[in-house]
Design a protein around this ligand. Structure first.
Ligand SMILES: Nc1ncnc2c1ncn2[C@H]1C[C@H](O)[C@@H](COP(=O)(O)OP(=O)(O)O)O1
Ligand SMILES: [Mg+2]
Length: 209
């Protein structure tokens, strides 16, 4: 059957979805300050992947001053999770925009909860790998307080950090358990110096080829 029987917009939707059909998708999961962004930057440099940090996408929306951005800002400042559909839509748009040049996608900071993972698979596709960037709570707090001195991020303060950590252990750690079953989780010891962490990351990515 050709596409002749479908409306123009239906064809457009099929085509954009098609662009992501064979995409190599890597979920990067870990607590706030565990070192996800740091490792992603190094993966981008070596492997030519596209780095999509849900937090960065959301912060860009806030910076744009849009109505949607204002609502997001209020939620993020409280250390809470923003509505699932909003984040997923933003990730998908960003993925499609890079589909022609990307060697793979690093989805950083998403899924934050099991439901987000399920929705991602329904609307975009299944991850080939989950990098579990693991550091102790104490280490994460220390790194975030230090980052807060220069990051200008409204959520890098002691009170919000505590909430983000609580939410991470409650909502996000179950994501790791959920994907353990499919055998795609690689645990990365992020207590080590950056380059040593990256050596472990490289092994996990090289296995994908
Ligand atoms: N392995 C490591 N050793 C020491 N500091 C690290 C580190 N990985 C990251 N950092 C620093 C860099 C940042 O200032 C801070 C938080 O790192 P990040 O990459 O921004 O974390 P995330 O994106 O997971 O929130 O910690
Ligand atoms: Mg980050």
């Amino acid at each position: 059957m050709g596409l002749g029987c479908l409306s123009k917009s239906a064809v457009a939707v099929l085509k954009t979805d098609d662009k992501l059909k064979d995409a190599k998708i890597v979920f990067v999961v870990g607590g706030p300050g565990s070192g996800k962004g740091t490792q992603c930057e190094k993966i981008v440099a070596k492997y030519g992947y596209t780095h999509l940090s849900s937090g960065d996408l959301l912060r860009a929306e806030v910076a744009s001053g849009s109505e949607r951005g204002k609502q997001l800002q209020a939620t993020m400042q409280k250390g809470e999770l923003v509505p699932l559909d909003t984040v997923l839509e933003m990730i998908k748009e960003a993925m499609i925009a890079k589909a022609d040049v990307s060697k793979g996608y690093l989805i950083d900071g998403y899924p934050r909860e099991v439901k987000q993972g399920e929705e991602f698979e329904k609307k975009i596709g299944a991850p080939a790998l989950l990098l579990y960037v693991d550091a102790k709570a104490e280490t994460m707090v220390k790194r975030l307080m230090k980052r807060g001195e220069t990051s200008g991020r409204a959520d890098d303060n002691e009170e919000t950090i505590k909430k983000r950590l609580d939410l991470y252990y409650k909502a996000t750690e179950p994501v790791i358990a959920y994907y353990e079953k499919s055998g795609i989780v690689r645990k990365i010891n992020s207590e080590l110096p950056v380059d040593e962490v990256f050596a472990i990351v490289e092994k996990a990515i090289d296995e994908l080829k």
